[in-house]
Design a protein. Structure first.
Lengths: 308, 318
């Protein structure tokens, strides 16, 4: 009699605990849903407000005082050119630093110092990079508010992302590959260039793409260096100036970028400009998300295909 | 070079100064290797140079600023009006704005981020995890200016339906959206920490008859505590350094308030405001943004250092 009661009590206890389990599963799903719903709301808002403004003209016209004639031509051209400089800065420096830290660096205090700096820089707010650029590039080096300044700034900003991705990609290559190359008499650089880099290329690419996606959406540092918000002309197209010096004229040109154009339209009181902001935002979101998706896809395929 | 033949062996007599082609190639290769190593080292050293650059620029400009404004006034004056005729340089209003907006953001990001991390690490079926993780990553990849637009023109009107007296610019909606933005940072670092807890601990807990929830809350979470704390602290540092959401949605007027329903400027928003104007290089207004930046950099430095220390601890634990 007493035994049966006890069993029933235990069953009740187990059922209660299982209910907690179930309840937490639901709470977890709900928490995820908050993220999903916010994202959905953001995306739908951009589409509802912005999609009607998206037309060929929107991409081929300069900003204007009349909202229905304003476009993002100077913004997307500026973004593209700035990204060229950013990639030219961040890719060689980031991959080089990653290779050095994984393959070459001796264990000493200088290496420790570099590693601490990389982790620390990853956490520095982007606007502080803007201040660095304002003090150093704009006034220190006299580069002005140019494409070059913005590109260098964003390049430094995403450097930790590229370095970390490069290191992780290199670290996943088994030591046997290196030993095989050394056994055949290859030097360190031959091993690195012919084996380590090609095998870690996919991982490095994901890092570069994620870094570039971040750079393209960064607003604060570019505003801080004093980029103009209203640009109704295009910088000279790359490589069209008088060679040899004129080839690089474009990097010294004033510019605006997509996020700044969007900021400018968002901070105006007229609702018509807000539609332009939404349209620019939609373009920006689609661009950064597709870059992120590409990176995730590359990583996913990498994980499935490589079996050392 | 002469050579002698003794039976089937041939002995080459090489003069002292002679360097064979192969040896010469090897030497050249050696030099090349060293040059490449040096170049790679320089690439890695850029990060050190960047840090030094940030410190030098911030300190140098702030130094000039603090010659005009005493540190005491900077910390105790309750007004921040550097661009007015009656200039006051008290950092308190900006700090208050930063603190209030960060608090709102963390009240969103920490509970949601933690629950998501526990759910993904201990509860979610494989397929949910495979979909949710990249999705969260994308949520973190949306440009902050887009979040700013969303906060100002979607969340604020929505909140105004609940609180009709809410002003168009306010710290609340900016903080809420910032919280959503920070969720992925909190959840991914926490989840990594929980993943690092050895399976044996979970198995032991299950063997004692504990349920999933009990195991997650009483075994895994305490074991991953320092990693989770690191996630929170990195989240705080994100919130403190966030710029565009606040500059767009919280307004840019310094306002010493602890009420999230009011508009106020943060340190970051102030820097943006000044940068948008046309302040001459070298003026005191120009230097204020470096002083504000120095405060910001110090704040985030403290949080980041703390976060990395805690993160290192959980890595060493197992």
């Amino acid at each position: 009699m007493g035994e049966a009661v006890k069993v029933r009590e235990i069953r009740a206890m187990i059922a209660a605990r299982k209910r907690w389990d179930f309840a937490f599963g639901v709470v977890g799903m709900l928490a995820l849903m908050v993220g999903v719903l916010t994202f959905a709301a953001l995306f739908v808002e951009m589409i509802v407000e912005g999609a009607p403004r998206l037309s060929w003209d929107f991409f081929t016209q300069f900003p204007s005082r009349k909202p229905d004639q304003a476009g993002i031509l100077s913004a997307w051209v500026g973004s593209t050119l700035v990204m060229l400089v950013t990639a030219a800065t961040a890719v060689p420096l980031g991959v080089g630093a990653g290779v050095y830290l994984e393959e070459y660096a001796p264990r000493n205090w200088i290496t420790d110092l570099i590693e601490i700096n990389v982790t620390n820089l990853a956490g520095v707010p982007s606007i502080v990079y803007g201040l660095l650029a304002l003090g150093l590039f704009v006034y220190g080096f006299g580069l002005g508010q140019s494409i070059l300044t913005a590109g260098l700034t964003l390049g430094l900003l995403i450097l930790p992302v590229v370095i970390v991705a490069t290191r992780e990609a290199i670290r996943s290559i088994p030591a046997a590959i290196r030993e095989g190359a050394y056994a055949l008499g290859a030097t360190k650089w031959q091993t690195t260039a012919d084996h380590i880099l090609p095998y870690s290329l996919a991982g490095i690419m994901t890092g570069i793409i994620i870094g570039m996606a971040r750079a393209i959406g960064e607003t604060a540092p570019v505003i801080t260096i004093g980029a103009l918000t209203f640009i109704a002309f295009l910088p000279q197209a790359p490589l069209t100036g008088d060679p040899p010096a004129g080839l690089l004229d474009w990097v010294m040109s004033p510019f605006t970028v997509m996020p700044i154009q969007m900021f400018n339209w968002t901070s105006r009181p007229e609702a018509a400009f807000h539609q332009n902001a939404a349209a620019a935002g939609l373009v920006l979101v689609v661009m950064t998300l597709s870059m992120n998706a590409l990176a995730i896809y590359i990583r996913y395929r990498l994980r499935r295909n490589i079996k050392w | 070079m002469t050579s002698l033949s003794r039976g089937k062996y041939r002995i080459e007599i090489v003069p002292d100064h002679f360097v064979s082609d192969r040896l010469a190639r090897r030497q050249l290769r050696h030099v090349k290797e060293r040059i490449i190593e040096l170049l790679l080292f320089l690439a890695a050293f850029v990060s050190v140079v960047t840090t030094v650059g940030i410190v030098v620029i911030l300190v140098r400009e702030s130094y000039v600023f603090f010659q005009a404004v005493s540190l005491w006034a900077f910390l105790t004056d309750s007004q921040w009006t550097p661009l007015f005729a009656d200039a006051h340089y008290g950092i308190q209003p900006l700090l208050a704005g930063t603190l209030v907006s960060s608090t709102v953001a963390l009240l969103v990001a920490i509970p949601l981020g933690t629950v998501i991390a526990i759910y993904l690490s201990e509860f979610a079926p494989f397929t949910v995890r495979e979909v949710a993780k990249p999705f969260l990553e994308m949520l973190g990849g949306v440009p902050t200016i887009v979040y700013g637009y969303f906060a100002l023109l979607f969340v604020t009107p929505l909140l105004q339906k609940i609180f009709p007296e809410l002003p168009g610019f306010n710290l609340l909606s900016a903080g809420l959206v910032m919280g959503i933005m920070i969720i992925p940072y909190v959840s991914s670092v926490s989840e990594d920490a929980m993943r690092a807890v050895p399976m044996a601990l979970r198995e032991g807990s299950y063997a004692m008859g504990a349920t999933r929830f009990q195991t997650a809350v009483r075994v895994v979470t305490p074991a991953a505590f320092s990693g989770i704390a690191a996630a929170y602290i990195l989240g705080i540092s994100r919130a403190v350094g966030e710029t565009m959401i606040l500059a767009v949605a919280a307004g840019m007027q310094p306002n010493l308030t602890w009420n999230p329903m009011e508009p106020a400027a943060t340190i970051t928003a102030y820097i943006v405001q000044v940068a948008l104007g046309d302040l001459p290089h070298g003026s005191i207004g120009y230097q204020t943004i470096f002083a504000a930046g120095l405060v910001l950099a110090l704040l985030t430095l403290v949080f980041n250092a703390l976060g990395h220390m805690l993160r290192k601890r959980y890595r060493q634990a197992y």
